[in-house]
Design a protein around this ligand. Structure first.
Ligand SMILES: [Zn+2]
Length: 294
C-alpha cells in the first residue's frame, strides 16, 4: 500500500508530476495491501501454466510438417489424453504446492526488500535486474538439477519429472512437490541479491515460467538454447558493469569468476550429456515415454 493518499501528495514527495504509468500504478495500488499485490503472482502463474503451452500445441497440430525438422523427438507424438493427464497433475501441484507457497512466502519477499512504492523503476532498471535474475537462476538451477540426478535424488524426487520423457510444455512443472519447493530457491535468489520493484518481480516470475515451458516444449530451433544462454551471459555482464548501486560492487567482485566458471562447467556438462542421452538442455531423457493406458 502506498504511503500517499492522493496523487498530489505523491507528486509533492517525488518533486515532479507522475508519469502515465505511475498514475496507473497509484490508482491501482493506493488502497491495496502489498500482500495482495504479491499474491497476483498466483493468478499470473495459473494463466501462464494453463495458456502458454497451447502455443506449442498449436504449432504441433497446425504446422506439424513445418516444425518437424525442429522437433526434439520427431517420431513421438503425445496424445491429447497424455497432455491432459500432464496438465491435471500440474494443476494439482499448483493448488496444493505452488499457490500455498505463494500465500505463505510473502514475509521473505518483504524481508529482501521488494518494494511497491513510487517512483516506478525505469525500463533499463527492469531489464538489467531481469538479466541478473536469469543468470543466477540458470546457474543455480543447473547445479540443483545435477544434484537431483544423483541416485538418491533421482529415485526419491526427480524421477517424477522424467515420467514424461517426450517433451511437452505442460510438463515444465510436472514434478515431485519437494522438487517444486527446491526449485523455488533459484528463482528467489536473484531478487534476494538484487531486490527490485514488485512490477519487476511479477515480470520475473512470469518470464521464468515461460522460459521453463519453452525449455520443455516439443520443438526448439537447434541453437535457441545456446543463443539464449550466450545472450544471458552477455546481458548480465553489461548489467553488472552498468548497475549503479551496491549490487554493482558485490557482483563485480564475484561475477567474473562465476561467469567464467559457469561457462566452462556448463559447456563440458552439455557435451557429456549430449553424448549420453537424447535429452535437450537441462532435461535428460531416461525412461520410457508415458502414455495413457489403452
Ligand atoms: Zn532431470
Amino acid at each position: 500500500m502506498l504511503s500517499y493518499t492522493t496523487i498530489q501528495e505523491a507528486e509533492a514527495a517525488l518533486g515532479r508530476p507522475l508519469t502515465a504509468a505511475e498514475t496507473l500504478w497509484f490508482n491501482y495500488t493506493a488502497t491495496r495491501s502489498d500482500y495482495f499485490l504479491y499474491c497476483h503472482n498466483i493468478l499470473f502463474l495459473f494463466l501462464i501454466f494453463s495458456i502458454f503451452p497451447y502455443y506449442y500445441l498449436f504449432l504441433e497440430f497446425f504446422f506439424s510438417n513445418s516444425i518437424k525438422p525442429y522437433k526434439i523427438q520427431p517420431k513421438v507424438k503425445l496424445s491429447f489424453c497424455d497432455t491432459l493427464g500432464c496438465y491435471k497433475y500440474v494443476m494439482r501441484m499448483f493448488f496444493l504446492v505452488v499457490g500455498p507457497l505463494q500465500l505463505v512466502s510473502y514475509p521473505s519477499v518483504k524481508m529482501i526488500g521488494i518494494r511497491t512504492s513510487l517512483p516506478l523503476p525505469s525500463m533499463w532498471e527492469i531489464v538489467a535486474q531481469l538479466g541478473v535474475y536469469f543468470i543466477i537462476e540458470d546457474y543455480t538451477n543447473y547445479w540443483i538439477h545435477r544434484f537431483l540426478h544423483c541416485k538418491w535424488g533421482y529415485e526419491k524426487i526427480h524421477r517424477v519429472h522424467h515420467e514424461y520423457t517426450a517433451p511437452v510444455g505442460f510438463a515444465a512443472t510436472y514434478a515431485h512437490w519437494v522438487e517444486i519447493l527446491i526449485l523455488g530457491i533459484p528463482s528467489f535468489l536473484g531478487p534476494a541479491i538484487v531486490p527490485g520493484h514488485m512490477i519487476t518481480f511479477w515480470l520475473w516470475i512470469g518470464l521464468r515460467q515461460i522460459e521453463a515451458i519453452e525449455t520443455h516444449s516439443t520443438t526448439f530451433l537447434g541453437l535457441q538454447q545456446n543463443i539464449f544462454h550466450f545472450m544471458v551471459v552477455q546481458i548480465t555482464m553489461i548489467t553488472i558493469i552498468m548497475l549503479a548501486d551496491k549490487a554493482r560492487v558485490i557482483l563485480l567482485q564475484y561475477s567474473p569468476i562465476a561467469i567464467i566458471f559457469m561457462g566452462l562447467t556448463r559447456d563440458s556438462a552439455i557435451k557429456r550429456r549430449s553424448s549420453s542421452s537424447c535429452g535437450r538442455d537441462r532435461f535428460t531423457i531416461r525412461k520410457k515415454t508415458k502414455f495413457c493406458p489403452t
